[in-house]
Structure formats: C-alpha cells, structure tokens
Design a protein around this ligand. Structure first.
Ligand SMILES: Cc1cc2nc3c(=O)[nH]c(=O)nc-3n(C[C@H](O)[C@H](O)[C@H](O)COP(=O)(O)OP(=O)(O)OC[C@H]3O[C@@H](n4cnc5c(N)ncnc54)[C@H](O)[C@@H]3O)c2cc1C
Length: 405
C-alpha cells in the first residue's frame, strides 16, 4: 500500500456539515488540510437532489433551518441567498377519507411526529430553501458557490473510505489514516463519521482502541431513523395549500389492518417540498423506516398509492406517479440512522461531551478529535449543531481563530 510522502496538518474524515465546517475553517486559517469522504458527493445527511425533469430541488436529508436567528441565516444573507419562513399550517387527513377539524384531531402536530427524541429548543421557527437547496450552504463554506475556486489549502478526496486510524499514543510520528489503496499522514485528524457508523465500526477503526468512556458514549447515545419516500408526479393533484398533511388513523381502521401490514401506520404524513411542486414526500419513522429501505420498488409504489388514495381520495383525484424512491439512512454503510436522539426516559447527556473529547498523546498534543451532530450537547440532530461542532474542533487546533464564513 502506498504511503503519502507529505503530511497534512489535519485530515478531516467525512464531509457532511461538521466536516465541511472544520475543513474550511482550518484551511482558511492557513493550515494544510485533506478531507476524505466515502461518498461520491459532499454533504452527508445534507443531500439536495435536482429533479431529473428539472422541475426543482428536493432535499433527501435535512430539510429546514431551525430558527430565524440561526447563524446559518446570517451566512446566507451575506451571500444574498434567500430562505423563507415555512408556514407550518397542516391539514389532518383521516384514514376514513374525512378531513379532521382542529377540535376533532388528536393532539400531536405533524412536527411532533417526526421529533424522534428530546432536544431542547424544538419550538423554533423553520426556514426553507425553495430553489436553492441545502447544498448551497456547503458550497458557500467551501468557496465553490457561484463557481468559486474552492480553498487553496484544502484537498478533497471523494469516494475515499477510511478504514483505520493509527495514532501515536507515545507522541512519536504522525497519525496514519488508512484507506483502500493509500495511507495518508497528518499531525492530527478530526473524525466526523456519524454515530451510527461508529457504533458498528469503532472497534476496528481506531488503533489504539478508544477509551472506555468514549465506547460507552457511542453505545449509549441512541440513533433513530426517519426516511422520506419521494414520489414524483407529472402534475400536482393534491391541494395547493397547506404544505403539510398529517395522516390520522381512526381506531376502527387500525383494528382492520392485518398485523403484518400495521407498519404502514408509521407513515405519518405527506409534505409538498418547497423546491419542487410536482413531488410529494411521505415521511416514515420507527421500524417502518427501516423496513421501507429494503422494499422492492413496485411494492413500495403500490403501498404508497393505496395510502394516498385512502387519505386524499375524497378531496383530490390521485394520479399515478412516474417514480417512487426511498432514502436509505439506516442501511447505508457509512450512516447507520438519520440522527442521534435523547430518549425521554434514558437521557444520557454526559455521553455527548465524552464523545466530543479529543484523544491526546503522551506529550499533550491533540491527535484524534471528534465532531458531528451527535457530539453537540444541545443542538444534536441538526445541521447548525453539526457545523458548530466542526468549528469547535477547528478552534481547538488553531489559536487566534477568527474565520469568516
Ligand atoms: C431525513 C432527515 C431529515 C433531517 N432534517 C433536518 C432538518 O430539517 N434540519 C436540520 O437542521 N437537520 C436535519 N437533519 C439532521 C442533519 O441532516 C444532520 O444533523 C447533519 O447533516 C449531520 O451532519 P454531520 O456532519 O454530523 O454528519 P453527516 O452529514 O452524516 O456527515 C458524515 C460524513 O462522513 C462520511 N463517512 C462516514 N464514514 C466514513 C468513512 N469511514 N470514511 C470517510 N467518510 C466517511 C459520510 O459519508 C458523511 O458524508 C435531518 C436528517 C435526516 C436524515
């Protein structure tokens, strides 16, 4: 296996929000940085997909910016990128085809249903991207927006899976980052791989192995899955407003579903994406979210159309879709879930700071640092939380940190 001759100051592993934030901040501060990403694209759980018929953009991962006072919004304003407040108005459709009135609907809102766990600050305003797409934010950070030239101090290697990090606990030599055909070297690394990935791989990923309290944190913080089923139509046939449709099952209808089909009640609603009027997104959570990832397209299509006819059939004439696709956030080899969460009964907040703690060698040098949404004590499961963790780790490595986004 070839070993790179020239060491980098820092190697960033993973180019989602956290990795992009860390890599761009360090490169802008003058460090020589290499970013290694297993996917063939930048973004991780941010995945803006341009519709093949050019009818808009759809977010397969993160959808909204949480909070108008979020620093992401000020970065965007500086670059004249307009994001708009999202109307949270929701129509509740019942499984018997009726539309629920506010008084007759069960209590949970559409948004309560996809909060898979407890996170402080969940009542923020939501902002949506319309035509731009979440990827714009990452392009701005990497200086590639509007055909920008990128960052001179940052090398990016896509489709490059890291298998192992070997770090010198005694302080001698560099950190080695082992990929399929090459070993890269650096003074230190920032690991931003998702918690779901670390759960499956931490034992073989680090040499020497991780300390006990970090392993416990990896084991104890939960990961959960929400998937999107993206359904594209030739024309929109559902009501133009609102953008959110919550599905509410009547007790009678639930009782009639055969046990083996009861998972469909975990498809909790539909939304009309702000960037693409010709598509509907069905939102699915829990065990059903994992199940739909493995489903054959024709079965998924049949199931979704049956569901849409049941809920929308009395108010709209449904049409056949031309494509039905499903995100695979749980089974993707480099993911292992949509986001980390705190469950109401087993809150394990200390684990997040244990997860964030860097590994230091015998001479006191920082060698292996950790970023990513799961390492944020309060803003986990968000893009702005992930970005903050990337900046936090960059700040640990450079003094006089004052990097403009
Ligand atoms: C369906 C869905 C909806 C969401 N909605 C919202 C929302 O509306 N608002 C919001 O704020 N947040 C939302 N989120 C959460 C948000 O997307 C994440 O919190 C955030 O993007 C995580 O960023 P990250 O950098 O921590 O991790 P990631 O984006 O997962 O980045 C980690 C990167 O590491 C790479 N990687 C993994 N293993 C390796 C390896 N061995 N070698 C090299 N690279 C590797 C991965 O490919 C990935 O690119 C949503 C997420 C999902 C899935």
């Amino acid at each position: 296996m070839e070993t790179a001759r020239h060491p980098y100051d820092t190697i960033v592993i993973g180019l989602g929000c956290a990795g992009v934030a860390a890599a761009s901040a360090l490169a802008k501060a003058g460090n020589k940085v290499l970013a290694l990403e297993s996917n063939g694209r930048i973004g991780g759980r941010v995945q803006t997909v341009i519709s093949p018929s050019n009818s808009g953009v759809i977010e397969w991962g993160a959808e909204w910016i949480h909070g108008a006072d979020n620093f992401i919004n000020s970065i965007l304003k500086k670059h004249n990128v307009l994001v708009l407040p999202q109307s949270l108005e929701t129509m509740t459709l019942r499984s018997d085809g009726s539309v629920a009135t506010p008084n007759s609907s069960k209590n949970s809102s559409f948004f309560d249903l996809f909060e898979i766990g407890q996170r402080p600050e969940t009542n923020e305003e939501l902002l949506c991207w319309h035509g731009y797409g979440y990827k714009t934010l990452l392009q701005i950070m990497l200086n590639t927006y509007n055909n920008g030239p990128g960052l001179p101090n940052l090398d990016v290697e896509l489709k490059t899976m890291v298998f192992r990090i070997v770090w010198p606990r005694d302080g001698s030599g560099n950190v080695e980052v082992h990929c399929a055909t090459k070993v890269y070297i650096a003074s230190n690394v920032i690991v931003t791989t998702p918690l779901g990935y670390l759960k499956k791989n931490h034992k073989n990923f680090f040499n020497p192995p991780l300390p006990k309290k970090k392993v416990e944190a990896i084991q104890n913080i939960n990961t959960g899955t929400i998937n999107k089923i993206v359904i594209k139509f030739n024309e929109p046939w559902w009501p133009k407003k609102p953008s959110f449709f919550k599905f509410e099952w009547t007790d009678d209808d639930v009782a009639k579903i055969p046990l083996q089909d009861s998972w469909i009640t975990q498809i909790f609603g539909a939304s009309s994406p702000s960037g693409c009027r010709k598509s509907l997104i069905l939102w699915v959570r829990g065990t059903a979210a994992e199940r739909v990832e493995k489903m054959a397209e024709h079965i998924l299509r049949q199931t979704c159309m049956k569901l849409l006819k049941r809920f929308f059939g009395k108010i709209s004439t449904t049409q056949n879709p031309w494509i039905v696709q499903c995100t695979t956030w749980s089974s993707s080899f480099n993911m292992g879930g949509s986001y980390s969460f705190e469950s109401y009964d087993t809150a394990y907040t200390r684990g997040r700071s244990d997860l964030a703690e860097p590994l230091v060698d015998a001479t006191g040098e920082l060698r292996v640092l950790f970023a990513g949404e799961a390492t944020h004590s309060t803003k986990f499961s968000t893009t702005h939380g992930a970005i903050e963790t990337g900046l936090r780790e960059a700040r640990r490595l450079v003094s006089n940190f004052n990097v403009e986004m």
